[in-house]
Design a protein. Sequence first.
Length: 438
Amino acid sequence: MEYIKNRFYEKAMKNMADLQKLRKEHGDVVLGQVTIDQVLSGMKGIPALLTETSKLDANEGIRFRGFSLPELQEKLPKLDEAGEPLPEGLFYLMMIGEIPEKEDVINISKDWATRAHVPQHVFDVIDALPKNSRPMTQFSTAILSMAYDSVFQKAYRAGVNKKFYWDFMYEDVMTLIARLPRIAAYIYRRIYHNGNHIEPNPNLDWAGNLAHMMGYDSTEVKRLLRLYMVIHADHEGGNVSAHATHLVGSALSNAYYAYTAGMVGLAGPLHGFANQEVMDWIAEMLEQLGTDEPNDAQIGAYIEKTLLQGRVVPGYGHAVLRITDPRFTVQQKFAEKYIVNDKLINTVNAIYRVAPPILEATGKIKNPWPNVDAFSGALLNHYGITESNFYTVLFGVSRSLGVMASLVFDRFYGLPIERPNSQTLEWFLEKAGITRED
């Protein structure tokens, strides 16, 4: 369907005029000074990327095109007022910059449904991998195998004018996003349900169909996955999955290559894999304490033990945030709305009471508050999705919305290949006035 593409073009052309003016008339404006610490601590805080879709504020949390998560829960279209916002609506907001009408969301759902057919060779590639391969290995491999279908790649090789790159990238992005629920569910059923696959239902929304194909048809699970897809969709441009996607895309790689790079990054323990680590840490704690209903004192003692071992408490702390992650809070409210007296969720809430004061008292932790990973696994677990090593795949399906929207902007704006300068240790020592001893 051309409706969303045309709306994007109309809005992005206005942005393009501003971007060209910035480059031509204000390119020499100094944005700030970079310190050695910023470079050697992962380039944190350096304004070095252009990202339209979302912005992370240390004291407010993530905002999508200026809207907070509570505002999105109120304003984005839902299937019914008692439910959760549809991820299609968030994708529209990130692309167009406006809150969509329900008709806009229905247009995207229909478009994705028409693109959702996954070629047989993708399933063949998945099935060629050992069944016990990590879910993210299977997911990333499947995505890479779809590059065969890239219309951007074919257009580039045919010599299309660069001002049309965004058009073909848009087509790849929409097809890739549309196929992901089918691929993720196929991997889930292959690993955990003996390959008993469930066919898609084209009448369902994007996240609802994912729940259905995984084998969960209750209204609450569909609502949970809609919420999950919204809150994990984007986190500005500097996180590993977004940055890796942008970086590989800047080489004019197709969407499948770029998104695969992002997913390989997401699989790391310091990024999307953290939600599994939270569940593993809680399971370890409950086993060592010998109870599934620990009290605050027991939890506190175990946290202190974890810290004494030189380990971190998974799900707590964030590179940017200095508050409780709003994504944690909306999940907590979801549990309060739908779930009564779940022991694991009670434990997660107890950790939230106990952990921050202990972490803050160490004097070494800038942000003792929970992030999104501290709650997500407990919610999935409650509804029977207990396979924690699959959680990162669900994270990856969601993250496609933000990083793929950004990739379309990258090609529309004609952003160049990313190539920062690098220096030797000797250079840094010289700049700091340090004389090296022989």
